[in-house]
Design a protein around this ligand. Structure first.
Ligand code: FAD
Length: 412
């Protein structure tokens, strides 16, 4: 029986544990938290094949530079003297080309569709119950400018075989009476969940199946020689293993550094506000002009957004929280997010790779090390597929999907 250690109990780490446990491996998950917060808890819960365009796309560098000057903008890069940030930014700029988008769109789509199928399988298996609905996502706009922008994006999605309908104001109002928008592109391929609910139930299920959890325990260092890593040292103990998976989200580069590996990942902070009262919102939606996501979750509505590249910190910038509340008001005029709801806002760090594709697979340097990270805005969507692929690699099976695009050894 192979003995596997996974560092990180976010959606990627737990999904990896789920499939490795099913393969009969002995699995342990180490997390420095008690697995109740961070990106995998605050996200919008979308499983979104609609998002086929990687973050590194033409126009993003210009948009980022413009928005850098506005403290309430949905996108922000805090300039700082940090060689890793500038290496990442350079690699991002090089990747932001039309050619890269064309090559990446089918790879991203395949991974996300596969992952949505795996979420459905988990739901059907009834091993643990969780909120999952596939009622699509409305990409809503209020201006002709954004209608045109979104029409181009919808064409890219349609070219990938995804079902997208353009709907006008009247139909939209019937679906979503509270919404003030000119129209929407309706992505029928998307599903949504309630992340905290899923994470808690998955965690409990795995523990009941014998997966060992070392929580509130930080991995500090590794013991390795030649091409094999023998053990990890945590804040409490040393643990040996046959195979190691680094699924540590935005913290993965600092762990990689201890192993002499350069992994280009920056943290992209995002915020969420929960509204625990009836909002009348029926459909998950993205408010295009405001880059804000809206999700009707189990028992509450979540509003989320912003992409703040300002290093590893969980400081809450209230200007950005207020900008999310204002965005909600401008699209749903009857909904006012109050001060208590804003004060309760939380944030999480998306692990951003420079080219918008995750790092999934074995490293060249160590034969018993896999990375599973760098999923950016798509980690919730792509968690189960990533976990499944890592389990296939570790148990020497042919991966269900082609994995070349996710090679963690790729050069930028
Ligand atoms: C506001 C917001 C909205 C989002 N919406 C969506 C969405 O709708 N759909 C979607 O697909 N994605 C979405 N995302 C992105 C998604 O949430 C992330 O990509 C995903 O959660 C990343 O998961 P992860 O497991 O890689 O990282 P994390 O969830 O960050 O987990 C990494 C874990 O590693 C642990 N760790 C780190 N270092 C160590 C160490 N040294 N020792 C022990 N433990 C360690 C951490 O404590 C952490 O628990 C959103 C993100 C945000 C912030």
């Amino acid at each position: 029986m192979k003995n596997i250690i996974i560092i990180g109990g976010g959606i990627i780490g737990l999904s990896t544990a789920y499939y490795l446990q099913q393969e009969g491996c002995k699995v342990s998950v180490i997390d420095k938290s008690n697995i109740s917060k961070g990106a995998s808890f605050v996200n919008a819960g979308y499983i979104s094949p609609s998002h086929v365009i990687p973050l590194a796309a033409p126009g993003m560098v210009g948009t980022g530079l413009k928005m850098m000057l506005n403290t309430a903008s949905p996108f922000y890069l805090k300039p700082r003297f940090d060689i890793d940030l500038w290496r990442w930014a350079w690699a991002f700029k090089k990747s932001a080309t039309a050619k890269h988008v064309k090559k990446s769109a089918p790879i991203i789509k395949d991974l996300t569709i596969f992952s949505r199928e795996l979420y459905q399988d988990m739901k059907n298996s009834q091993l643990f119950d969780f909120h999952y609905e596939q009622k699509g996502m409305l990409m809503c706009y209020q201006t002709a400018e954004f209608e045109d922008k979104e029409a181009l994006i919808a064409e890219v999605a349609k070219a990938q075989g995804l079902e997208v309908k353009h709907i006008g104001k009247e139909t939209l109002l019937k679906m979503e009476p509270e919404l003030k928008a000119k129209g929407a592109f309706y992505y029928l391929c998307d599903a949504h969940t309630t992340p905290g609910d899923f994470m808690q139930k998955m965690h409990q299920y795995l523990a009941s199946k014998g997966v060992a959890f070392y929580t509130n325990e930080t991995v500090l260092d590794f013991n390795y020689s030649g091409s094999k890593i023998q053990s990890v040292s945590t804040s409490k103990r040393n643990l040996n293993f046959d195979e190691l998976v680094i699924a540590s989200g935005s913290w993965s580069p600092s762990l990689a550094k201890k192993l002499g590996i350069k992994l280009l990942v920056q943290a992209g902070k995002g915020y969420r506000i929960n509204v625990h009262r009836p909002t009348g919102i029926n459909y998950p939606a993205i408010l295009a002009e405001r880059n804000t996501a809206v999700s009707p979750m189990a028992g509450f509505t979540r509003f989320g957004g912003t992409m703040e590249i300002s290093g590893i910190n969980h400081n809450i910038n209230f200007k950005r929280v207020k900008a999310i509340a204002d965005a909600a008001k401008s699209f749903y005029p009857n909904i006012t997010i109050n001060k208590d709801e804003m004060r309760d806002a939380d944030c999480g760090l998306r692990p951003l790779s420079p080219d918008g594709l995750p790092f999934i697979g074995r490293t060249k340097k160590f034969k018993n090390l896999c990375f599973a990270t760098g999923h950016a805005m798509m980690g919730w969507s792509q968690g189960p597929a990533t976990g499944k692929i890592i389990s296939e690699i570790i148990t020497d099976k042919k991966p269900t999907l082609k994995i070349e695009g996710f090679n963690p050894n790729r050069k930028f």
